[in-house]
Design a protein around this ligand. Sequence first.
Ligand code: 5GP
Ligand code: ZN
Length: 119
Amino acid sequence: MAGEPQADCLFCKIVEGTIPATVVRETETTVAFRDINPQAPTHVLVIPKAHYRDAATLAAADPQLTADVLRETAEVAAEDKVDATGYRVVFNTGAGAGQTVFHAHAHVLGGRGLEWPPG
Ligand code: 5GP
Ligand code: ZN
């Protein structure tokens, strides 16, 4: 069923607490934790607690939850003090774009110069 936890999903296990993570923020609907392989001084992943395979599926299924995730990216940036200097929010969508974990997540990247266009 849409949004139900998936037994083989790494990020569902982080939501459940069976795999540890450095959690920086949690709300009723979302969790934010530091990326295990950071690509910038601030590299935090914001995920919905409910399982959706990617951002497009999440957006189609639950606009409020999508907004919750986006709002939390701003809260993370403010808490890490990268909001004033600028930061990037990325949803890799599909393997061809580099998505490796198929539980929707926003990357929040900041604390260094970020090139545009990205690679
Ligand atoms: P994607 O490539 O799917 O857009 O992003 C997945 C991200 O999850 C990667 O940046 C990767 O470093 C991160 N990641 C993978 N496994 C773990 C883990 O067990 N813990 C944490 N905190 N991050 C992880
Ligand atoms: Zn999941």
